[in-house]
Design a protein around this ligand. Structure first.
Ligand SMILES: [Zn+2]
Length: 128
């Protein structure tokens, strides 16, 4: 392709980049390839598996509740995004108010479930 035409199409790009990418020389590396070092976009566990949090799914909700105090774990422990964490908290409160989940205890049948995260090692540091 004509370099002048390319420069007219991409006016802000310096000419040396256009010449490099337009060159057909075998010694010039191909800059059009995608970045091999690009990291995967971090996603929370619920977004990753496209899980919809529902107040009727007590088994899932109890994963985010402390077995000692019944307290809902914070975002620094669960690693959820803000949207999912807020949704989870409203759904847990909905389940608690409808009598399906305890306020201060975790249901004993869910105590042996595999854990989604390590409570002792939070993902992010926290002020507490
Ligand atoms: Zn998310």
């Amino acid at each position: 392709m004509n370099t002048l035409l390319i420069q007219r199409l991409i006016p802000k790009m310096p000419l040396r980049y256009i010449i490099r990418s337009a060159s057909t020389d075998a010694d010039v590396p191909n800059f059009d390839m995608e970045n091999p070092f690009e990291k995967e976009k971090p996603q929370c566990i619920l977004c990753k598996h496209k899980i919809v949090v529902d107040y009727k799914n007590i088994r899932l909700l109890s994963q985010f509740q402390s077995s000692y105090t019944g307290q809902i774990y914070g975002r620094h422990i669960t690693g959820l995004c803000k949207k999912q964490q807020e949704l989870l908290e409203t759904e847990i409160k909905k389940a608690q108010n409808s009598g399906m989940m305890g306020f201060y205890t975790k249901e004993p049948i869910f105590l042996q479930d595999p854990e989604l995260y390590d409570v002792e090692r939070p993902i992010r540091p926290h002020r507490f």
